[in-house]
Design a protein around this ligand. Structure first.
Ligand SMILES: Cc1cc2nc3c(=O)[nH]c(=O)nc-3n(C[C@H](O)[C@H](O)[C@H](O)COP(=O)(O)O)c2cc1C
Length: 209
C-alpha cells in the first residue's frame, strides 16, 4: 500500500487539527457515523490481539448526572493542590464538556479475557491498558476526520464510574469521552491558549545514545 504526498499532507492536517474539545454544539451525532468511528477505533493494535477495549455509550440522564457529580467533586479536590494565580487559573479552565456533549462514551479495558490467549501480556500486564489507549487515539482521529470533536475526561473517581455504570468486576476504567460537533476550531491546544502550559520542542524529548 502506498500513500501519496497529498494524503500525507492531509494526514498531518488531521494530527494538527485533532484537539481535545470541551465546547460542543447541541447538534446530534448520527448513529451510523458513531458506529463507523467506533469500528475505526477497533482497528487499533492490541497486545496479542486481545482487543480489550469495551465501550459504553451513556445516554441515561440520571447516569450522566452521576458522572457529572463525580467530575465536580474530583475537580474541586484537584484544584486544591494549586495556590495563588495557578489556583485561580486552574479554576478558570474548562476541563470537560460533560454537560453539553451529545455523546458520552465510557471506555474500559477487560482484564483476564481469553481473547489473545495471554500472548504478550505476561511480563507487562499493563499492555492491556496501553492497547485501549491506542484505540482511544484512533477514535480521536476518526472522529476528527468526520468533523466531530472529542474530549477526554480523566478527572473522575474510577471506582465510582464503575459503580455508576455497574460494569463487570474485570473491567478497568480507562477514560470517559465526550463527543460532538465542536463550537470552535483551533490549531493550538486550549491549555496553551489559557497560558497553562507550552508545547515542547522535539529536542526536549528525543534522545540518541
Ligand atoms: C490521558 C488523558 C487524559 C486527559 N484528561 C483530560 C481532562 O480530564 N480534562 C481535560 O480538559 N482534558 C483532558 N485531556 C486533554 C489534554 O488536556 C489535552 O490533550 C492537552 O492539553 C493537549 O491538547 P490537545 O489534545 O488539544 O492537543 C486528557 C488527555 C489525555 C491524553
Amino acid at each position: 500500500m502506498y500513500f501519496d504526498k497529498k494524503f500525507r499532507s492531509q494526514l498531518k492536517d488531521l494530527f494538527l487539527w485533532r484537539r481535545d474539545v470541551r465546547r460542543f454544539k447541541s447538534r446530534p451525532v448520527d448513529e451510523n457515523v458513531l458506529q463507523e468511528i467506533i469500528s475505526q477505533a477497533m482497528l487499533a493494535p492490541s497486545v496479542g490481539l486481545s482487543q480489550p477495549w469495551r465501550f459504553i455509550q451513556v445516554d441515561d440522564k440520571d447516569l450522566r448526572q452521576q458522572i457529572i457529580h463525580n467530575y465536580e467533586v474530583e475537580n474541586d479536590k484537584a484544584s486544591k493542590i494549586y495556590t495563588d494565580e495557578k489556583a485561580s487559573l486552574y479554576r478558570s479552565l474548562k476541563l470537560s464538556g460533560l454537560k453539553e456533549a451529545p455523546i458520552h462514551l465510557a471506555i474500559f479495558a477487560e482484564h483476564e479475557s481469553d481473547i489473545g490467549s495471554g500472548l504478550g501480556r505476561q511480563t507487562m500486564p499493563e499492555t492491556i491498558h496501553y492497547s485501549v489507549v491506542t484505540a482511544i487515539e484512533n477514535l480521536w482521529l476518526a472522529a476528527r476526520a468526520n468533523g466531530i470533536g472529542m474530549g477526554w475526561v480523566s478527572i473522575l473517581d474510577p471506582i465510582k464510574v464503575c459503580k455508576t455504570l455497574k460494569t463487570p468486576d474485570n473491567w478497568h476504567f480507562i477514560g470517559y469521552m465526550c463527543l460532538g460537533y465542536p463550537q470552535e476550531e483551533h490549531l493550538d491546544p486550549e491549555l496553551v491558549r489559557a497560558g497553562w502550559e507550552k508545547v515542547l520542542d522535539t529536542s526536549k524529548v528525543f534522545f540518541k545514545k
